[in-house]
Design a protein around this ligand. Structure first.
Ligand code: SUG
Length: 449
């Protein structure tokens, strides 16, 4: 008998310090918008509107709270002393890049929070979580400890959930979480086929990699996670990313590919040549049915246009009626060629029945589309019962969160505002209130000290 399971998207709620600091080399949008003025309130409302849209489609939706920013404990660890205001002042004066990194709201991109394997895939039949170490960028590497604590709080029951520590913070084990991980199969509750895509092999310096931008995910990191999640090696494929894609600004594989159940939607240059066919063959052998592979040729939509529109960073979701829909970034309908492609794709009605465009432009300006904002967690009914209910979206929670954002978030944030000690106070007040709304208890360091 099939175990009933649901894929739940847990979206990272955008934090009050959302800003454009140009922190991510190889992420073209982040570089382009460096030092422009951000709109934290709009960003958070856009994110919430996307969550509500999915909920209204009948898809379960979860929320991951933002992290404590600016990260005062980290600034202290970096040698700044004195009162909180003094620390902000001195770090702004002596090391503004560190203050910007410690103020980033980057935990919103929950696809990078962790890699999650459903219990159906793990030999010990528990759900496995490995928070990503995110060591490729300092501002992201500081997310791991808070992510680990938060996931343990939400998925606390050890009988159902296994929490691995983030991989060691070494260049050879650089891990960017579920952004480089896709799961295919025939039903969410059945054993699947897990794809891990890596950008470089740390132990093989002779291998031809990207020339311009760094590959963030290593083979070694992906392999370690597949091992500790107790996955069946026959149902796991480690896949090299195409170096051309990385050099075109594809720092995570989810910018050029997205999969759901028996559908894999990807750009021709997403993977190293012929890999997509290998995936299809393995799928056929394992499930006795054909993988519906939608490959978009470079001549139809170039990598450049894929990166500009984040077409493949759409969420590919199963609707309650069994059909699939694509939740695409707004930017896709602004590009006639991409819009035309999508119109044609859905006119067939199968395997993708509809496209819905969502406006997450504040996040997009930092290189984060709809799929970057969510962490997919497959849970059975029993596991869902053991998940902290306070973070599951409902109409009333949505309305409370809208009010909360309107009350605490600034309209705009200029780069110089990161030096304003009031921003720290406001952010703490907001997060303190949020932990009450989500019934999370004292989650943050400042609530305990
Ligand atoms: O890691 N941007 C994020 C975007 C992450 C997108 N996630 C996925 N593709 N899954 C990153 O590059 C920019 C922050 C700044 O520049 O202020 C940033 O961190």
């Amino acid at each position: 008998m099939t175990t009933r399971a649901h894929e739940i998207n847990f979206d990272g709620l955008v934090g009050p310090t959302h800003n454009y600091a140009g922190l991510s080399y190889g992420n073209l949008a982040s570089t382009k918008h460096k030092l422009s003025i951000s709109h934290p309130r709009r960003a958070a409302l856009e994110g919430l509107a996307k969550m509500k849209f999915l909920m209204d489609l009948g898809i379960r939706q979860g929320i991951l709270p933002p992290q404590e920013r600016p990260d005062l404990p980290m600034l202290r660890q970096l040698g700044f002393t004195g009162t909180d205001s003094k620390i902000i002042e001195m770090s702004n004066k002596e090391a503004p890049a560190l203050l910007a990194a410690c103020s980033s709201a980057s935990s919103m991109w929950a696809a990078n929070a962790a890699t999650v394997s459903p219990s159906a895939d793990a030999s010990n039949t528990r759900v496995h979580f490995t928070p990503a170490n995110l060591i490729s960028n300092f501002h992201r590497s500081i997310e791991a400890p808070q992510t680990a604590a938060m996931l343990k709080r939400i998925f606390g029951d050890e009988k159902f959930f296994v929490h691995h520590p983030p991989l060691p913070g070494a260049v050879a084990l650089s891990d960017e979480g579920a952004a480089n991980h896709t799961r295919l199969g025939i039903a969410h509750g059945e054993p699947g086929l897990e794809l891990f895509v890596y950008g470089r092999v740390a132990s093989d310096a002779t291998r031809t990699g990207p020339k311009k931008f760094p590959g963030r995910q290593t083979f070694e990191a992906s392999a370690a996670i597949a091992r500790s999640h107790q996955l069946n090696s026959n149902r796991t494929i480690l896949i090299p990313q195409n170096p051309k894609a990385i050099d075109a600004g594809v720092f995570h594989n989810d910018v050029v590919a997205v999969g759901n159940l028996n559908v894999l939607f990807h750009h021709e240059l997403a993977f190293a040549p012929d890999i997509a066919k290998t995936i299809a063959t393995r799928f056929q052998v394992l499930f006795g049915t054909r993988l519906r592979r939608i490959e978009v040729k470079e001549k139809t939509i170039s990598l450049r246009e894929a990166v500009q529109t984040y077409l493949f960073n759409s969420q590919l979701v199963s609707l309650p009626n069994g059909r699939m829909a694509l939740i695409a970034p707004w930017e896709c309908q602004e590009r006639p060629r991409v819009k035309k492609y999508l119109d044609r794709l859905i006119s067939k009605g199968d395997p993708i029945a509809a496209v819905h465009y969502v406006d997450v432009r504040q996040s997009m300006h930092n290189g984060g589309g709809p799929a970057c904002l969510r962490l997919r967690v497959v849970l059975t009914d029993g596991q869902l019962m053991r998940t902290h209910p306070g973070v599951l979206l409902s109409q009333s929670l949505y309305e409370r969160l809208i009010q909360w954002v309107r009350r605490y978030y600034r309209e705009t944030l200029a780069p110089r505002d990161l030096a304003d000690p009031k921003l720290l106070e406001e952010s703490r007040a907001a997060l303190d209130e949020l932990t009450r709304i989500l019934q999370l208890g004292s989650l943050y360091d400042f609530q305990r000290s």
